[in-house]
Design a protein around this ligand. Structure first.
Ligand SMILES: NC(=O)c1ccc[n+]([C@@H]2O[C@H](COP(=O)([O-])OP(=O)(O)OC[C@H]3O[C@@H](n4cnc5c(N)ncnc54)[C@H](OP(=O)(O)O)[C@@H]3O)[C@@H](O)[C@H]2O)c1
Length: 391
């Protein structure tokens, strides 16, 4: 479906693109219920070894979803492995989807009961983890899933109330135990905001970040904590510094469609920047999967951004052109005008910090070829109806 959508986009003019659905759905079609999945998983745990069983379970899942034959490339040795994801949000749900298609077993966390049931109904083993809410930590069943995992991904951002990363501050001991078992790899989803202001200069992973506001400082501290955990526990930790994430259901197209008349202060501030790093969610998935399956065993930091750190105003203009022709009346934009109230918010230095983030390392070390090297192809794919990597 994704390929078909891309082909349409390549050959289509704005008239075709205007007929794209008003908003892309984040649903995907893995058609197997939570009960069936749980039953299969229990059968696997009670009987055959997990890896051996994992193959059979996942083959069955795939057949029922009608998606054709998967390639079993889960672990670095070509055997499906199991991943525990802290924070099954936008990006990590896409990642979970990609990994499951490749034969991985996936368990993860979210904060609310509603979301937990929704994840279970999509066939994921889901647990609640909400340390902000009366220190609601993982329950025993979740800890068992954690201990069984060969890989862990954390997508939980730092929160002010914690001295360090919420996952590490709540479950360091369980993580250390996992490391003394089968845990091989941890991925931490971070942000390019840690770099701070380089007045538009290029930044690579080697430079010492100089975060400029409280959030970015907390993010940098969380990175350091995870890398230190890796050293102490003898586990490979990869930190992924993500640019602004966009994809189906979350892109400039959605902003133009629904809310351009009322841009948030943060959006207005970003509109003034000459350079903004961004990345399509499908490319994040591809980078993280490559890192997980690379078999690399040393801690590393990777920037995950596209090749084209264009100003936000240019992206919005392109989105508008995809959605409206010149005779239509596009919504009013205030890309280049800061409203009165927001001018004072310039104090939020992270939003106006200028840098261009290099992706050389992921290309050289992980042989990544970006699916969307620029926002143009990314937005075209979304406008033409592609739901990848959620399909
Ligand atoms: N959005 C961007 O443009 C951008 C850019 C660079 C970096 N990042 C960072 O990259 C990561 C992935 O981004 P995303 O946009 O995909 O994230 P997202 O959709 O906001 O998902 C974050 C996940 O973490 C969970 N979570 C958040 N705060 C938590 C807390 N205090 N305790 C426990 N769980 C918590 C959320 O739980 P629920 O599922 O219950 O909500 C969700 O599952 C995040 O750390 C984000 O901050 C984002």
């Amino acid at each position: 479906m994704a390929l078909l959508a891309m082909a349409v986009a390549a050959g289509a003019g704005a008239a075709h693109l205007r007929s794209a659905p008003a908003s892309a759905s984040l649903e995907w079609g893995a058609g197997i219920g939570a009960d069936t999945m749980r039953g299969l998983r229990n059968g696997v745990r009670n009987g055959r070894s997990m890896r051996e069983g994992g193959r059979r379970v996942l083959r069955l899942v795939w057949c029922r979803s009608g998606g054709g034959e998967p390639d079993y490339e889960g672990g670095s040795d070509g055997v499906p492995s199991s991943v525990f994801i802290f924070g099954m949000g936008y990006t990590s749900l896409a990642l979970a989807n990609s990994l499951r298609k490749r034969g991985w077993e996936v368990a993860g966390t979210c904060r609310s009961e509603e979301k937990r049931s929704a994840l279970e109904s999509r066939g994921f083993q889901a647990h609640r983890f909400n340390p902000d809410n009366d220190a609601e930590c993982l329950r025993e069943e979740a800890i068992q899933d954690l201990h069984r995992s060969t890989h862990i991904v954390s997508s939980v951002p730092p929160v002010g109330d914690f001295d360090c990363d919420p996952v590490l501050s709540s479950h360091r001991e369980a993580l250390v135990q996992a490391a003394s078992g089968g845990l091989q790899w941890v991925g931490y989803l971070s942000s390019t905001s840690v770099y701070g202001d380089w007045q538009g200069g290029w930044v690579e992973e080697e430079i010492e970040p100089r975060p400029v506001d409280r959030k970015a400082v907390a993010r940098r501290e969380a990175e350091k904590s995870w890398l230190q955990f890796g050293d102490e526990a003898g586990v490979c930790v990869h930190v992924f510094r993500l640019g602004g994430i966009y994809g189906p259901g979350r892109s400039a197209l959605d902003t133009v469609r629904v809310s351009e008349k009322k841009l948030s202060t943060r959006q207005q501030l970003r509109g003034h920047k000459r350079f903004t790093s961004r990345v399509h969610v499908a490319d994040i998935c591809q980078v993280v999967v490559k890192a997980m399956e690379s078999g690399q065993r040393t801690g590393r930091v990777y920037n995950v951004v596209d090749d084209d750190p264009s100003p936000r105003a240019e992206v919005m203009a392109y989105a508008r052109a995809l959605l409206y022709d010149e005779h239509e009346n596009p919504p009013v934009t205030s890309d280049n005008e800061l409203s009165e109230g927001s001018a004072s918010a310039v104090a939020n230095a992270s939003l106006v910090a200028e840098k261009r983030v290099s992706n050389r390392r992921v290309k050289e070390e992980l042989q990544v070829e970006l699916l969307h090297p620029s926002f143009r192809s990314g937005l075209e794919a979304i406008a033409s109806g592609s739901n990848a990597p959620f399909d």
